[in-house]
Design a binder for this molecule. Structure first.
Ligand SMILES: *Cc1c(COP(=O)(O)O)cnc(C)c1O
Length: 343
């Protein structure tokens, strides 16, 4: 039985074309800037996002940390969403490694931060206070139902931040999903922010890696920060080669994943006792009511016995993520399995 893995889009394996490109990749020592494949990927990423420069990093977590270390010094403060990946799931790396205080502000259900909340969180110049340096946004917002932030909203935050002398970092792990869902060019989503990170290793199917993009000075600083956290890789072209295929081939098909997530949501909503959250990209959250008489563990285990993997999360919420290796038939099989387990 083929396993249908909906736990995350990080479970995606490289495509045959990626493996071929990895095999053939021209490489060099990237710390010396001599890996032609990494150089090409960094240029391509910057071009796609409309930024001056790009930096290949080992993971999204490293990209966000390196951005924070570049924008902020020790004792500075960064405004973050209280449901953001950077605040919840990155070990507090900004504080642990950078001496940066995270200042959480409530994420609204659509993943935004209220402009007034941001404004109120910005510190005055006072000897008692840390200095506020940065606002972080997340697009699409993982914990807020995978919702995309619009270009208009992102620009509003950037203007507010810039008017107060702050910079803006965008955790765009799934920024191409946001562009696909909103039907806009990815440049529109990032044009006013100072830095943006996106992942190659999620819906874009590459095995490893993320890109951090920004202006030339920012990326020069980020290159130093990447080295000190151990991210100076050598013949990384074997990884970057898959990333190039990801950027060339995988961004324009993400709407298919969104359509499958929607179909899964519609099917789940027909099953009594299942409550489905709004879905706009490839991330779907749902919960089961007490009336079905199954614990979250029983549901996860029952599905696993039927070859379906998904994540049970806090408060009895479940997460299912569609991706390249999930087909229409898989969605039908998942719905049948759910009906059986809840019957
Ligand atoms: C996955 C993810 C990251 C971190 O990426 P890793 O490559 O897993 O370190 C950061 N932000 C968001 C929103 C993510 O979904």
């Amino acid at each position: 039985m083929r396993v249908i893995d909906l736990r995350s889009d990080t479970v995606t394996h490289p495509t045959p074309e990626m493996r071929e490109a990895m095999y053939r990749a021209e490489v060099g020592d990237d710390v010396f800037r001599e890996d032609p494949t990494v150089n090409r990927l960094e240029e391509m990423a910057a071009e796609r996002l409309g930024r001056e420069a790009g930096l290949f990093v080992a993971s999204g977590t490293m990209g966000n940390l390196v951005a924070l270390l570049t924008h902020c010094g020790r004792g500075d403060e960064a405004i973050v969403g209280d449901r953001s990946h950077t605040f919840l799931f990155e070990q507090g790396g900004m504080a642990a490694l950078g001496g940066i205080t995270p200042r959480p502000v409530p994420n609204q259900p659509d993943g935004t931060l209220r402009l007034t909340d941001i404004e109120e969180a910005i510190r005055e110049d006072n000897v008692h206070f840390p200095r506020t340096r940065l606002v972080c946004l997340e697009n699409t917002h993982n914990m807020c139902n995978g919702t995309p932030l619009t270009p208009e909203y992102t620009a509003q935050v950037a203007r507010l931040a810039h008017a107060r002398g702050l910079r803006v970092h965008l955790d765009g792990a799934r920024i191409f999903n946001a562009a696909a869902a909103l039907g806009v060019d990815v440049r529109e989503l990032v044009q006013e922010v100072d830095s943006v990170m996106f992942c190659l290793s999620k819906g874009l199917c590459a095995p490893v890696g993320s890109l951090l993009c920004g202006d030339t000075d920012f990326i020069a600083g980020a290159r130093r920060a990447r080295k000190v956290v151990g991210g100076g890789m050598r013949q990384a072209g074997v990884l970057a080669a898959a990333g190039i295929v990801a950027l060339e081939r995988m961004t324009d098909r993400l709407a298919e994943d969104h359509a499958r997530a929607r179909r899964l949501a519609e099917g789940l909503a027909q099953i009594s006792g299942v409550e489905v959250a709004p879905v706009s990209t490839n991330i779907l959250y749902f919960s089961i009511t007490d009336e079905v008489g199954r614990t979250p563990e029983e549901l996860v285990d029952g599905l696993m016995e039927r070859g379906v993997l998904l994540l049970g999360r806090e408060n009895g919420r479940f997460r299912a993520v569609t991706h390249y290796w999930i087909t229409d038939e898989d969605i039908d099989r998942v719905l049948r399995a759910m009906e059986e387990v809840l019957a």
